[in-house]
Ligand binder design. Structure first.
Ligand code: PMT
Length: 210
């Protein structure tokens, strides 16, 4: 099967030296890419800026901003069977990029933010989607309620919920715990373990659901 996986954060530039971003090391998305490759699948990995080596045999597409990630995802949909959107895409970007460094001496700047395009929702809205769409949900509370809302609103086939409030799990850590939600089925917990072990189980579940 062919996977398209997004990973890492995006960066939304304010001026040439500053940006807005999200906490994400890319470890979870890269672990899913590696697990899919190890299971013999083909992988297009669309990655925001991370400090990880590219998994050998993945087709790596590097991007920086949410707009670039949106375009790269849509340009790479050909022939994919499973899309896993694990990236921590910035929800907002500055309305205007200031071409020169904003001087501290000019006072505290007011930065107007505008929403970025929602990549996951744009895939869910495709009229003839032939692939399984798995979104992630990073939540600090009401995990199941929020994950099921995303499942419906963004028209995903699967939502992988990540409780990012627990210490040592989620963002940046080597371990994680995930709960997988499919419509009309109880959530399935993948208990705490290395991102690499969890990714192997997740890949099997996604292939079975495809
Ligand atoms: O990278 P690590 O340090 O290993 O951390 C892993 C992780 C915690 C980042 C990962 O497991 C995770 O939870 N990723 C989703 C992070 C996130 O942004 O969640 P969200 O609930 O805000 O977004 C919901 C979904 O919409 C996600 O699939 C996201 O990729 C997608 N999205 C969000 C905004 C946007 N503009 N476009 C999107 O496609």
């Amino acid at each position: 099967m062919k996977f398209l996986i997004t990973a890492g954060p995006t960066r939304e530039p304010i001026d040439p030296v500053r940006y807005i971003s999200n906490r994400s090391s890319g470890k979870m998305g890269y672990a899913i890419a590696q697990a899919a490759l190890d299971a013999g699948h083909e992988v297009v990995l669309i990655s925001g800026p991370v400090a990880l080596p590219a998994p050998a045999r993945a087709q790596l597409v590097r991007v920086t901003t949410a707009d670039e990630m949106y375009d790269a995802v849509h340009a790479n949909l050909g022939g994919i069977d499973i899309a896993v959107l694990c990236a921590a895409v910035a929800d907002f970007k500055p309305a205007v990029f200031v071409a020169r460094k904003i001087k501290k001496s000019a006072g505290i700047p007011m930065i107007e933010l505008v929403p970025t395009r929602d990549i996951l929702a744009s895939l869910g809205a495709l009229p003839e989607k032939k692939f399984l769409l798995a979104g992630f949900a990073a939540e600090t509370d009401d995990l199941e309620k929020n994950a099921r809302e995303k499942l419906e609103k963004k028209r995903c086939d699967v939502v992988v919920a990540n409780d990012v409030s627990a210490p040592g799990l989620g963002f940046e850590s080597d371990e994680n715990e995930l709960t997988i939600f499919l419509p009309d089925q109880p959530g399935r917990v993948l208990p705490r373990g290395s991102k690499s072990d969890i990714a192997k189980v997740l890949v099997k579940i996604l292939c079975a659901a495809q």
